[in-house]
Design a protein around this ligand. Structure first.
Ligand code: ADP
Length: 226
């Protein structure tokens, strides 16, 4: 599904963030990218979402050469991907319901679909009693569950989650990781970064270890060796 081919990224200040990365991710996988802060994890994700361009190498999403897309085709490509950030990035003056409805409107979904789907997705993430709460009226874990609901509402093919549990306590981390597992079991490919060994142990699938811009391990059985 995703192929990173000889991917190298040197930022304008000469920082070598990725150094000749090769990685293949199949549809349906749950892949965890682990590595210390500064290892290159976020840069790798930004190459897939076309937020940053490679210095050398290619990114393929199926047969699409992502960095060859015309500017006008990038938004359509990005709709294949749902993104979850460490800091959730919810709109503060919109309720949980409205945050998700907004993402549906942006994707051109009808009012009818919005009314039907938003309560259902909030139920899936265990927040059917918090539809009308604003982000500041939710706990950190609840806010992150709303942002996950928002990421999956338009049925993306891939979920990218950059340190999604970085701001959460262990109990909320457990709930959020289980939610990603459930989403993966329902058929969506998940690519998640973390530097937390406990998170890797909870997921227990394929673990790719990045260090200084290089992939130093690729384990099928969830090992964390940093
Ligand atoms: P991680 O997500 O593993 O913490 P990053 O991909 O954010 O790592 O960063 C990899 C390296 O690239 C680090 O040395 C970081 O300082 C550098 N870096 C990240 N973004 C930029 C940027 N926009 N400009 C210059 N250097 C950057």
């Amino acid at each position: 599904m995703i192929y990173l081919e000889n991917l190298t990224k040197k930022y304008s200040d000469k920082t070598l963030a990725l150094d000749d990365i090769n990685l293949e991710i199949s549809r349906g996988e749950f892949v965890t990218i682990v590595g210390h802060s500064g290892a290159g994890k976020t840069t790798m994700l930004k190459m897939i979402t076309a937020e940053e361009a490679p210095s050398l190498g290619k990114v393929f999403f199926e047969s699409t050469n992502v960095h060859d897309l015309r500017k006008g085709d990038v938004p359509k490509y990005r709709r294949k991907i749902g993104v979850v950030f460490q800091d959730n990035r919810l709109i503060p003056n919109k309720t949980a319901y409205e945050n998700i409805a907004f993402a549906m409107e942006a994707a051109g979904r009808s009012d009818h679909e919005i009314v039907a789907d938003v309560p259902e997705i909030l139920k899936l993430v265990g927040l059917d009693n918090k539809l009308w709460n604003f982000p500041h009226e939710l706990s950190g874990g609840e806010r992150q569950r709303v942002s996950i609901a928002r990421a999956v509402i338009n049925q993306p093919e891939l979920i990218i989650a950059d340190e999604p549990t970085g701001n959460l306590d262990p109990i909320n981390t457990f709930d959020v990781i289980n939610l990603f597992k459930k989403i993966n079991e329902m058929g969506t490919t998940v690519l998640l970064t973390t530097h937390n060994k406990g998170v890797v142990d909870l997921i227990g699938n394929r673990v790719v270890t990045v260090e200084k811009g290089k992939i130093i391990r690729d384990d099928k059985d969830g090992k964390y060796v940093l």
